[in-house]
Design a protein around this ligand. Structure first.
Ligand code: PGA
Length: 234
């Protein structure tokens, strides 16, 4: 099971460090064998001395080692902190920051060349969801254009846009159906994301083909995130 926390634009260097330490202690003390991922803001990245089941990664990067890309972070800067897992294609990057499928695919191919673990996010907006499962899948497969589904360090996160940060979680049946369709072509771990909370994480993790969750809002308190990690063990 993979339990991942996406900090988005929250926490400082100080509070990130405290968060990582609390999670590390919790995982150690409880001897939990769960794959934990934490994606803080770029400014809070650091070399954290953590158990090998915990990885601290990057929410975003520019597909370059270094160069002239004002405001961007390249692989040289991530490498300094030993980052070896990244998020790509998150709905906020696609829809709020208007990142194209082309740039998303470029990032994917670059991260693949660097041998990074990639949590690749896909998901449909509300107007596609109301058109039914075939429309949802057509939309989602489009988001995989130019993406190598056989990459060995690929993790896919299905995150319906309308469920992200809204408090509206997709129904268990909807999640099950999409994961099942993804599973027909993807053998890598499949996560669900979109208003996962302490109260619903246990049920979501029981859904067939669900190999973990990517959590935003409800994961930003270390105690809550630890409860979700514990739920993954049960
Ligand atoms: P949320 O975010 O848990 O706040 O809905 C999930 C995500 O953006 O990955």
């Amino acid at each position: 099971m993979i339990i991942a926390s996406n900090f988005k634009t929250n926490h400082t260097r100080k509070s990130t460090k405290e968060f990582v330490l609390k999670v590390e202690n919790f995982v150690q003390q409880n001897n939990l064998d769960v794959e934990v991922r934490i994606y803080p803001t770029a400014t809070a990245l650091d070399k954290f001395d953590v158990n090998k089941t915990i990885k601290v990664g990057a929410q975003n990067f520019y597909p370059t080692y270094n160069g002239s890309f004002t405001g961007e972070v390249g692989f040289e800067q991530l490498e300094e902190f030993g980052v070896d897992t990244v998020l790509i294609g998150h709905s906020e990057r696609r829809h709020v920051l208007k990142e194209s499928n082309e740039l998303t695919a470029q990032k994917y191919n670059f991260a693949k060349e660097q041998n990074l673990e990639i949590v690749y996010c896909v998901g449909e907006p509300k107007e596609v969801r109301v058109a039914g499962i075939d429309a949802v899948m057509a939309y989602v497969w489009e988001q995989f254009a130019g993406i190598d589904l056989d990459y060995k360090k690929l993790v896919v996160a299905y995150e319906p846009v309308w469920a992200i940060g809204t408090g509206l979680t997709a129904s268990d049946d909807d999640i099950k159906e999409v994961l099942q369709r993804l599973r027909e072509k993807i053998t890598k771990p499949l996560l669900y994301g979109g208003s996962v909370k302490v109260d619903n994480v246990g049920d979501i993790l029981k859904i067939q083909n669900c190999n973990g969750v990517l959590v935003g809002t409800a994961s930003w308190e270390a105690e809550d995130f630890c409860k979700m990690i514990e739920a993954a063990k049960k």
